[in-house]
Design a protein around this ligand. Structure first.
Ligand code: NAP
Length: 259
């Protein structure tokens, strides 16, 4: 299927590795020029080189912490006219309800709610003026089905989801769509870090913790960044103009619900 987005520009935040990188790669494969971002320069530059060489698109790499005001300014300085925005950042640390104080919530809300909102606010006016835009926020399965140890994530991402639900409907008439992708477990560094914590708690190996988790997923395996990216590219395509304000679960069937 021709996605109809060749030659457009996308900003994909937090994209040197993992799900963000999967989205950047899937867009680049469709001929989209990409601005990629991460804090660490080494992996970011390696991803930049790989995307340029593999897909012959333009790639701009901006090393910055996207959750800070200065990081957002640095990225927006080159990205204010993008056609596609994929918001993403690292997830908050795990814990238990009694661990989290005001400062922990503020940090999580800053990273996983207020950062994507600030980016959308900055970029939406240009999309509206052009009459075309696609925004995809990487959130989490935890919005739909809480993950108890990720209470900070459950809270901050639920706030973002509420904002998107209203805003997507306000901007839709301008040809701009906003949707959220909700990843269940995917094989990335983040998943390995969470599984390492789970293994430690139960005094089992990482392999055993991963096997345990696979048993809870109907497809019997973790998702891949490539699969995730392909779904993102479709939401960013010409064909997805009637998909507005949705939360799309990519979890191998792990959430047991009828709708
Ligand atoms: P990952 O494999 O750890 O990759 C994170 C990427 O984001 C890296 O490129 C990292 O590079 C960059 N990054 C992290 N914090 C950043 C920041 N403040 N500013 C700029 N770049 C930043 O994580 P992932 O698995 O792809 O997860 C992406 C998001 O999806 C996270 O919010 C995670 O909580 C959520 N999620 C993931 C899963 C899963 O199973 N993987 C499931 C549900 C939700 P640097 O470290 O160099 O900055």
């Amino acid at each position: 299927m021709n996605m109809g987005i060749k030659g457009k520009w996308a900003l994909v935040c937090a994209s040197s590795k993992g799900l963000g990188r999967g989205c950047a790669e899937a867009l680049a494969a469709e001929g989209v020029n990409v601005i990629i971002n991460a804090r660490g320069e080494q992996a970011l530059l390696a991803t930049e080189q790989y995307l340029k060489e593999t897909y012959q698109v333009e790639v701009i790499a901006i090393a910055a912490d996207i959750t800070t005001e200065s990081g957002q300014e640095k990225v927006l300085a080159v990205a204010d006219k993008v056609d596609i925005l994929v918001t993403n950042a690292g997830g908050p640390p795990p814990g238990i309800w009694s661990d989290w104080d005001r400062d922990d919530f503020i940090a999580a809300i800053d990273a996983n709610m207020l950062t994507p909102i600030a980016l959308m606010k900055a970029i939406l006016p240009a999309m509206i003026a052009k009459g075309w835009g696609r925004i995809v926020n990487i959130t989490s399965v935890s919005v739909k089905s809480p993950i108890a140890v990720l209470g900070l994530s459950n809270s901050a991402r639920a706030g973002l989801t509420g904002y998107v639900a209203g805003t997507a409907r306000q901007v839709a008439k301008h040809g701009v769509t906003i949707n959220n992708l909700q990843p269940g477990i995917h094989a990335t560094d983040r998943a390995t870090a969470l599984d390492t914590g789970a293994a430690k708690l139960q005094s089992i190996s990482l392999d055993e913790a991963q096997q345990q988790r696979c048993e809870t997923i109907p497809v019997g395996r973790y998702g891949t960044a490539a699969e995730f990216g392909a779904s993102c590219a479709f939401l960013c395509s010409e064909h997805a103009g009637f998909i507005v304000g949705q939360n799309i679960l990519l979890d191998g069937g792990a959430v047991n619900s009828t709708m």
